[in-house]
Design a protein around this ligand. Structure first.
Ligand SMILES: NC(=O)c1ccc[n+]([C@@H]2O[C@H](COP(=O)([O-])OP(=O)(O)OC[C@H]3O[C@@H](n4cnc5c(N)ncnc54)[C@H](OP(=O)(O)O)[C@@H]3O)[C@@H](O)[C@H]2O)c1
Length: 254
Protein backbone atom coordinates (compact mmCIF):
# COMPACT_ATOMS: atom_id res chain seq x y z
CA UNK A 1 0.00 0.00 0.00
CA UNK A 2 1.10 3.54 -0.58
CA UNK A 3 -0.45 6.87 0.35
CA UNK A 4 -1.88 9.08 -2.37
CA UNK A 5 -0.34 12.46 -1.75
CA UNK A 6 -1.74 15.79 -2.86
CA UNK A 7 0.26 17.40 -5.67
CA UNK A 8 0.24 20.76 -7.41
CA UNK A 9 -3.22 22.06 -8.36
CA UNK A 10 -4.41 21.16 -11.88
CA UNK A 11 -5.37 24.38 -13.70
CA UNK A 12 -8.23 22.67 -15.59
CA UNK A 13 -9.69 19.43 -14.16
CA UNK A 14 -10.96 18.42 -17.61
CA UNK A 15 -7.43 18.21 -19.02
CA UNK A 16 -6.59 14.70 -17.66
CA UNK A 17 -9.86 13.40 -19.16
CA UNK A 18 -9.32 15.11 -22.51
CA UNK A 19 -5.84 13.58 -22.76
CA UNK A 20 -7.03 9.95 -22.50
CA UNK A 21 -6.46 8.00 -25.72
CA UNK A 22 -9.88 6.57 -26.58
CA UNK A 23 -8.95 5.55 -30.11
CA UNK A 24 -8.27 1.86 -29.27
CA UNK A 25 -11.52 0.47 -27.83
CA UNK A 26 -11.70 -3.21 -26.92
CA UNK A 27 -14.91 -3.55 -28.93
CA UNK A 28 -16.98 -1.46 -31.38
CA UNK A 29 -16.46 1.90 -29.73
CA UNK A 30 -15.06 3.35 -26.52
CA UNK A 31 -17.54 3.52 -23.63
CA UNK A 32 -16.94 5.84 -20.68
CA UNK A 33 -19.25 5.73 -17.69
CA UNK A 34 -19.51 8.89 -15.60
CA UNK A 35 -21.16 8.45 -12.22
CA UNK A 36 -21.22 9.93 -8.74
CA UNK A 37 -21.58 7.88 -5.55
CA UNK A 38 -21.88 8.68 -1.88
CA UNK A 39 -19.41 7.19 0.62
CA UNK A 40 -21.92 4.37 1.08
CA UNK A 41 -22.07 3.77 -2.69
CA UNK A 42 -25.49 5.35 -3.11
CA UNK A 43 -26.31 6.67 -6.58
CA UNK A 44 -29.29 8.89 -5.71
CA UNK A 45 -30.97 10.81 -2.94
CA UNK A 46 -34.78 10.64 -3.02
CA UNK A 47 -34.68 9.42 -6.61
CA UNK A 48 -32.50 12.23 -7.93
CA UNK A 49 -28.77 12.65 -8.32
CA UNK A 50 -28.54 16.43 -7.76
CA UNK A 51 -28.11 16.47 -3.98
CA UNK A 52 -25.32 13.90 -4.27
CA UNK A 53 -23.23 15.99 -6.59
CA UNK A 54 -20.91 18.60 -5.10
CA UNK A 55 -20.05 21.79 -6.98
CA UNK A 56 -16.76 20.55 -8.49
CA UNK A 57 -18.52 17.33 -9.52
CA UNK A 58 -21.36 19.20 -11.20
CA UNK A 59 -18.87 21.31 -13.08
CA UNK A 60 -16.86 18.30 -14.27
CA UNK A 61 -20.03 16.34 -15.11
CA UNK A 62 -21.26 19.06 -17.47
CA UNK A 63 -17.86 19.58 -19.05
CA UNK A 64 -17.13 15.86 -19.55
CA UNK A 65 -19.71 15.90 -22.32
CA UNK A 66 -17.01 17.55 -24.38
CA UNK A 67 -15.26 14.18 -24.80
CA UNK A 68 -18.37 12.43 -26.13
CA UNK A 69 -19.53 11.67 -29.64
CA UNK A 70 -22.85 10.62 -28.10
CA UNK A 71 -24.24 10.73 -24.54
CA UNK A 72 -26.11 7.54 -23.64
CA UNK A 73 -28.64 7.24 -20.80
CA UNK A 74 -31.18 4.74 -19.49
CA UNK A 75 -34.82 5.77 -19.81
CA UNK A 76 -35.43 5.97 -16.06
CA UNK A 77 -32.72 8.58 -15.71
CA UNK A 78 -34.31 10.60 -18.50
CA UNK A 79 -37.69 10.31 -16.77
CA UNK A 80 -36.43 11.23 -13.30
CA UNK A 81 -33.79 13.81 -14.20
CA UNK A 82 -35.65 15.57 -17.02
CA UNK A 83 -32.92 15.43 -19.64
CA UNK A 84 -32.37 18.18 -22.22
CA UNK A 85 -30.09 18.35 -25.25
CA UNK A 86 -26.41 18.87 -24.40
CA UNK A 87 -25.10 22.38 -24.01
CA UNK A 88 -21.41 23.14 -24.38
CA UNK A 89 -19.54 26.40 -24.11
CA UNK A 90 -18.35 28.12 -27.27
CA UNK A 91 -14.73 27.19 -26.53
CA UNK A 92 -15.68 23.53 -25.90
CA UNK A 93 -17.50 23.43 -29.23
CA UNK A 94 -14.51 24.98 -31.00
CA UNK A 95 -12.13 22.48 -29.35
CA UNK A 96 -14.36 19.61 -30.47
CA UNK A 97 -14.27 20.80 -34.03
CA UNK A 98 -10.47 21.04 -33.88
CA UNK A 99 -10.46 17.40 -32.74
CA UNK A 100 -12.68 16.40 -35.68
CA UNK A 101 -15.79 15.90 -33.54
CA UNK A 102 -19.26 17.29 -34.22
CA UNK A 103 -20.16 20.55 -32.50
CA UNK A 104 -22.47 18.84 -30.02
CA UNK A 105 -23.04 15.19 -28.99
CA UNK A 106 -26.62 13.92 -29.31
CA UNK A 107 -28.37 12.16 -26.44
CA UNK A 108 -29.18 8.44 -26.92
CA UNK A 109 -31.96 7.10 -24.68
CA UNK A 110 -32.24 3.35 -24.05
CA UNK A 111 -35.79 2.09 -23.50
CA UNK A 112 -37.84 -1.03 -24.00
CA UNK A 113 -41.18 0.42 -22.88
CA UNK A 114 -40.82 3.65 -24.89
CA UNK A 115 -42.75 5.24 -22.04
CA UNK A 116 -41.13 8.59 -22.73
CA UNK A 117 -42.51 12.12 -22.91
CA UNK A 118 -42.10 12.99 -26.59
CA UNK A 119 -42.99 16.63 -25.87
CA UNK A 120 -40.07 17.01 -23.46
CA UNK A 121 -37.02 19.13 -24.24
CA UNK A 122 -34.70 16.21 -24.88
CA UNK A 123 -36.73 15.49 -28.02
CA UNK A 124 -38.19 18.85 -29.01
CA UNK A 125 -35.18 21.10 -28.39
CA UNK A 126 -32.48 18.93 -29.98
CA UNK A 127 -30.92 20.58 -33.02
CA UNK A 128 -31.14 18.71 -36.32
CA UNK A 129 -27.38 18.00 -36.31
CA UNK A 130 -27.65 16.37 -32.87
CA UNK A 131 -31.09 14.79 -33.09
CA UNK A 132 -31.89 12.66 -30.05
CA UNK A 133 -31.56 8.91 -30.59
CA UNK A 134 -33.85 6.30 -29.06
CA UNK A 135 -32.42 2.79 -28.77
CA UNK A 136 -35.08 0.14 -28.36
CA UNK A 137 -35.91 -3.44 -29.32
CA UNK A 138 -38.04 -5.11 -31.99
CA UNK A 139 -40.75 -6.08 -29.47
CA UNK A 140 -41.42 -2.47 -28.48
CA UNK A 141 -45.04 -1.33 -28.69
CA UNK A 142 -45.70 -0.39 -32.36
CA UNK A 143 -47.78 2.69 -31.50
CA UNK A 144 -45.06 4.03 -29.21
CA UNK A 145 -42.46 3.10 -31.78
CA UNK A 146 -44.23 5.23 -34.38
CA UNK A 147 -44.26 8.14 -31.89
CA UNK A 148 -40.55 7.59 -31.22
CA UNK A 149 -39.80 7.74 -34.94
CA UNK A 150 -41.53 11.12 -35.17
CA UNK A 151 -39.54 12.54 -32.26
CA UNK A 152 -36.12 10.94 -32.64
CA UNK A 153 -33.79 8.76 -34.66
CA UNK A 154 -34.67 5.20 -33.70
CA UNK A 155 -32.22 2.30 -33.45
CA UNK A 156 -33.54 -1.23 -33.00
CA UNK A 157 -30.90 -3.25 -31.16
CA UNK A 158 -32.27 -6.58 -30.00
CA UNK A 159 -35.52 -8.54 -30.01
CA UNK A 160 -36.99 -8.62 -26.48
CA UNK A 161 -34.57 -6.12 -24.95
CA UNK A 162 -31.77 -3.85 -26.02
CA UNK A 163 -28.57 -5.83 -26.35
CA UNK A 164 -25.65 -3.60 -25.33
CA UNK A 165 -23.33 -4.96 -28.02
CA UNK A 166 -25.93 -4.45 -30.77
CA UNK A 167 -26.67 -0.93 -29.51
CA UNK A 168 -22.99 0.01 -29.53
CA UNK A 169 -22.40 -1.59 -32.93
CA UNK A 170 -25.23 0.53 -34.31
CA UNK A 171 -23.80 3.70 -32.74
CA UNK A 172 -20.33 2.89 -34.05
CA UNK A 173 -21.89 2.31 -37.49
CA UNK A 174 -23.25 5.85 -37.34
CA UNK A 175 -19.73 7.11 -36.66
CA UNK A 176 -19.95 7.55 -32.88
CA UNK A 177 -16.60 6.37 -31.52
CA UNK A 178 -16.74 7.69 -27.95
CA UNK A 179 -19.90 6.91 -26.01
CA UNK A 180 -20.34 8.67 -22.67
CA UNK A 181 -22.81 6.77 -20.49
CA UNK A 182 -24.31 8.93 -17.74
CA UNK A 183 -26.18 6.03 -16.16
CA UNK A 184 -28.42 5.16 -14.71
CA UNK A 185 -27.23 2.25 -12.61
CA UNK A 186 -29.41 -0.34 -14.37
CA UNK A 187 -28.28 0.50 -17.88
CA UNK A 188 -24.67 0.88 -16.70
CA UNK A 189 -24.93 -2.59 -15.14
CA UNK A 190 -26.02 -3.97 -18.51
CA UNK A 191 -22.98 -2.43 -20.17
CA UNK A 192 -20.65 -3.83 -17.51
CA UNK A 193 -22.21 -7.30 -17.78
CA UNK A 194 -21.68 -7.21 -21.55
CA UNK A 195 -18.02 -6.22 -20.97
CA UNK A 196 -18.60 -2.95 -22.78
CA UNK A 197 -17.43 -0.46 -20.13
CA UNK A 198 -13.92 0.72 -21.08
CA UNK A 199 -13.59 3.52 -18.56
CA UNK A 200 -15.34 4.62 -15.40
CA UNK A 201 -15.06 8.16 -14.10
CA UNK A 202 -16.42 7.93 -10.60
CA UNK A 203 -16.82 10.84 -8.22
CA UNK A 204 -17.06 10.02 -4.54
CA UNK A 205 -19.13 12.60 -2.69
CA UNK A 206 -18.51 13.12 1.01
CA UNK A 207 -21.98 12.06 2.14
CA UNK A 208 -23.96 9.00 3.18
CA UNK A 209 -27.58 8.03 3.59
CA UNK A 210 -29.06 8.13 0.10
CA UNK A 211 -31.24 5.60 -1.70
CA UNK A 212 -30.51 1.87 -1.70
CA UNK A 213 -29.30 2.10 -5.30
CA UNK A 214 -25.65 1.38 -6.12
CA UNK A 215 -23.93 3.14 -9.04
CA UNK A 216 -24.18 -0.04 -11.12
CA UNK A 217 -26.87 -2.70 -10.83
CA UNK A 218 -25.66 -6.03 -12.21
CA UNK A 219 -28.30 -8.01 -14.08
CA UNK A 220 -28.80 -11.62 -12.91
CA UNK A 221 -25.91 -13.90 -13.87
CA UNK A 222 -23.45 -11.08 -14.54
CA UNK A 223 -19.79 -11.79 -13.85
CA UNK A 224 -17.28 -9.63 -11.99
CA UNK A 225 -15.55 -6.95 -14.04
CA UNK A 226 -12.07 -5.75 -13.03
CA UNK A 227 -10.65 -2.25 -13.43
CA UNK A 228 -7.29 -0.50 -13.06
CA UNK A 229 -6.99 2.86 -11.33
CA UNK A 230 -5.59 5.37 -13.82
CA UNK A 231 -5.89 8.75 -12.12
CA UNK A 232 -7.16 10.52 -9.04
CA UNK A 233 -8.01 14.10 -8.23
CA UNK A 234 -9.51 15.77 -5.21
CA UNK A 235 -11.48 19.00 -4.92
CA UNK A 236 -12.81 20.09 -1.57
CA UNK A 237 -13.84 16.72 -0.13
CA UNK A 238 -14.85 15.06 -3.41
CA UNK A 239 -12.63 12.35 -4.90
CA UNK A 240 -12.44 11.93 -8.67
CA UNK A 241 -11.34 8.46 -9.71
CA UNK A 242 -10.69 7.30 -13.24
CA UNK A 243 -10.56 3.58 -13.92
CA UNK A 244 -10.09 1.59 -17.10
CA UNK A 245 -11.30 -1.97 -17.69
CA UNK A 246 -8.71 -4.69 -17.24
CA UNK A 247 -8.68 -6.94 -20.27
CA UNK A 248 -7.68 -10.02 -18.24
CA UNK A 249 -10.26 -12.56 -17.01
CA UNK A 250 -11.89 -11.71 -13.70
CA UNK A 251 -10.68 -13.25 -10.45
CA UNK A 252 -12.67 -12.95 -7.25
CA UNK A 253 -11.38 -11.76 -3.87
CA UNK A 254 -10.59 -14.61 -1.54
N1 LIG B 1 -25.24 8.59 -9.34
C1 LIG B 1 -25.25 8.82 -10.63
O1 LIG B 1 -24.22 9.17 -11.21
C2 LIG B 1 -26.53 8.64 -11.40
C3 LIG B 1 -26.51 8.71 -12.79
C4 LIG B 1 -27.71 8.54 -13.47
C5 LIG B 1 -28.88 8.29 -12.77
N2 LIG B 1 -28.85 8.25 -11.42
C6 LIG B 1 -30.08 7.96 -10.67
O2 LIG B 1 -30.44 6.62 -10.97
C7 LIG B 1 -31.86 6.48 -10.96
C8 LIG B 1 -32.30 5.88 -12.28
O3 LIG B 1 -31.49 4.78 -12.58
P1 LIG B 1 -32.06 3.33 -12.86
O4 LIG B 1 -30.94 2.41 -12.69
O5 LIG B 1 -33.29 3.15 -12.05
O6 LIG B 1 -32.53 3.45 -14.36
P2 LIG B 1 -31.74 3.70 -15.74
O7 LIG B 1 -30.58 2.79 -15.84
O8 LIG B 1 -31.55 5.15 -15.94
O9 LIG B 1 -32.88 3.26 -16.74
C9 LIG B 1 -33.44 1.96 -16.66
C10 LIG B 1 -34.33 1.85 -17.85
O10 LIG B 1 -33.53 1.79 -19.03
C11 LIG B 1 -34.11 0.91 -19.95
N3 LIG B 1 -33.26 -0.26 -20.06
C12 LIG B 1 -32.23 -0.66 -19.28
N4 LIG B 1 -31.70 -1.80 -19.76
C13 LIG B 1 -32.39 -2.11 -20.88
C14 LIG B 1 -32.31 -3.14 -21.84
N5 LIG B 1 -31.37 -4.10 -21.79
N6 LIG B 1 -33.20 -3.14 -22.85
C15 LIG B 1 -34.15 -2.19 -22.96
N7 LIG B 1 -34.27 -1.16 -22.09
C16 LIG B 1 -33.39 -1.14 -21.07
C17 LIG B 1 -35.47 0.52 -19.38
O11 LIG B 1 -36.34 1.56 -19.80
P3 LIG B 1 -37.92 1.39 -19.95
O12 LIG B 1 -38.42 1.26 -18.55
O13 LIG B 1 -38.36 2.63 -20.64
O14 LIG B 1 -38.13 0.14 -20.75
C18 LIG B 1 -35.18 0.61 -17.88
O15 LIG B 1 -36.35 0.75 -17.10
C19 LIG B 1 -32.42 7.85 -10.70
O16 LIG B 1 -32.69 7.96 -9.33
C20 LIG B 1 -31.27 8.78 -11.06
O17 LIG B 1 -31.32 9.96 -10.33
C21 LIG B 1 -27.70 8.39 -10.73
Amino acid sequence: MEPLERGAPIPDPLTPYLEVDRTQPRHECWVTGHMVAGLDGTAAIHGRVGALSTEPDQDLFRRMRQIADVVMVGAQTVRSEGYAPMRLSESARAQRQTRGQSEMPPVAVVSRSLDLDWSSQVFTAAPEHARTIVITCAKADPVRLAAAEQAATVIIAGEERVEPAAALQALAGLGYQVVLCEGGPRWLGELVAADRLDELCLSISPMMGGDALPVSVAPPGAGIAQFSLKSTMVADDTLFLRYEAKPAAAEGRS
